[in-house]
Structures are given as structure tokens and as C-alpha cells.
Design a protein. Sequence first.
Length: 316
Amino acid sequence: MDRCPHPNCFADDNTTCSLGHIRLDMCPEWKHVSNSVVPPPSDSDQMLLPWNGLAMGESDLNFVSGKVKPITVCIVGPESSGKTTILGVFYLLLGRGALTTNANPFSNSYTLAGWEAVATCLRWKPGQPPRFPPHTPSGAARAPGMLHLGFRREDGSLRDLLFADAPGEWFQKWAINEQAPDAEGARWIARHADVTLLIADRQALASSKMGTARNDFQLLAQRAVAEARGRRLALVWTKGDVDVAPAMETQIRKAVASVSSSVPEFTVSVYSRGEVDAAHGFRELFAWILCTKRAVVDLPTTEASAHDPLFRFGRR
Ligand SMILES: Nc1nc2c(ncn2[C@@H]2O[C@H](COP(=O)(O)OP(=O)(O)OP(=O)(O)O)[C@@H](O)[C@H]2O)c(=O)[nH]1
Ligand SMILES: [Mg+2]
């Protein structure tokens, strides 16, 4: 595949031109790759922005992480367990102003095109009912595509969230062998996740292959809980419209609780269940994600020996 010679540019690997050109044939660096003639600059006062709104790769993250380290939310679960659907629903609810309360209003996003790509299938279009998002391809990527959202806090400051949408194959390989060569993306997630959503797929746990699904979950839960090492982790039941045997539910809870007894639980479904609106579970889950705080550094208190702060630690 053609690669841009610019050291920090990964065009056209479905990512941003680091010089801000939306059309690669307008980029002076890209002409070395394609030998195309660079068109003369147009008369319009076009402003170049060094991002294109698609999901971010590792080196694009500087936009978000330069100011304050963002909170990275990772969705860990097997293939087809409803991970991408969660992100798509978050985005659609956000667009309707129904994801958060007024206390935490939406501020900005660097990846609106990436969110659109995830959510577009879930929308009603004229003559076409909504569909589920396509399977997330695993490819050769070593880190997941990141989707960004910024929210304002009650004190006026901004909180940046990054959501990692990874393919289920990564986690299945990682659960079996932590060092598997093609599980690099899953290891990246384990290293960087501030919040882990561990997915229990109710449809798989009620199907004819429920035994395999349960064993796979137990293996993945063991790995994810061990790697979380005190960071936030929640058990998220997806496809909440599907009934699962109570004995199976107990086994799934046990797999998580064996390591930590205080793991919060959420149930989400794109279908309404009786009186319960489909948005309810997603809103609850998002509210929990949003109240994540970074662990603060606890500096030891010292007794001042003099008024001058310079000599605070000096000898008496
Ligand atoms: N019944 C029901 N099915 C759902 C729900 N959400 C998702 N699904 C089904 O689950 C399938 C997979 O959903 P995805 O969101 O693509 O799953 P994923 O975990 O991102 O899958 P990979 O990208 O392959 O790892 C969809 O195609 C739907 O058939 C739900 O709330 N209820
Ligand atoms: Mg997916």
C-alpha cells in the first residue's frame, strides 16, 4: 500500500493527513508517492486542519492528550457481542440530546466522521429500516481506532473521553494466550484502559453454544479483571432483550466476582423491554463512565519548619 513519506503521517491508511489535506492529491508530500501533479492552490481562503474526523490512531491522540490525559474507555468482548452497537447508540442518543443530563453538556469531538461511520447503519433512512453496524475488521492494526467525545464538567472544565472500538478476534486470542502475536491490540487496550466494559453477550449465553460462550467468557473475564488492576471495570450485559437461564447468569457473575466483589452491572438493548425504554440502559452506563475520575496523587503532608516555602523541607 502507498505510504506518505512524512514521518508522522499515516495517509492513506484510513487516517488523517498530518498536514491537514482532505484531498491527498492536494498534499505536496503525497505527490512523491503518487507522482501526481499538485493542483495550484485555489483562491478560496481554505483553512487546513490537521485532522479529518475519522477514528484516531495512536499518533493522532496528541490533539486530545496534549492538555489533560483523556479517559480511555475500552469495550472488551468476543466477536459479534454488540460492542460497536453500544458506541453507535451512544452517538445517536448524543445527537438527540438524550445521552447526558444538563449537568454534563457535550462540548466537542475530533472524530465526528468516525462516529458517523459507526452509527449510520442504526439510523432510519427513507425506505430502509435500521441495520446493525458491520463487523469490525481486525486487519494488522496494533492499536484500536479511537473515537473522541468531550464533555463539560459542572465546574466548567472539560473532560475528554476516548472510546476504543476493537474487533472481537483480538480478545478471543488474548484470552487464550496473553502473548499471542496477533493480540497486540488487546494488550494495548489492557495497558491503556482507564475504564473497561466487559461484555456478556446474552444471545450467545442463551444459544445452543451457550457452554462454549460461558467458557470463553470465564477465560476473558479472568484476563480482563486481572489486567484491570484496580482500574474501573463494569460487567455489561448486551442484547438485554434475550432471556438467559438464571443459573447461567449466576455463573457469569461468579466469573467476575471471584476476583473483585464490587463490579457494577449494566444491561443494554436496542429494543425496548416492556415499560423500559431502550435508551435507559445506555444512559445509565454512560453516566457511570462519565463520573470516572483519575486517581489523584496523594502527596504526604509535611510540617513546615519556617514560613519561607523554600525551606519547607530544610532542617530545623
Ligand atoms: N437481540 C439483539 N441483538 C443485538 C443487539 N445489539 C447487537 N445485536 C446483534 O449483535 C450483532 C453484532 O453486533 P456488533 O455491535 O457488530 O458486535 P461487535 O461486538 O462489535 O462485533 P465485532 O466487531 O465482530 O467484534 C449485530 O449484528 C446484531 O445482530 C441487541 O441489543 N439485541
Ligand atoms: Mg465491532
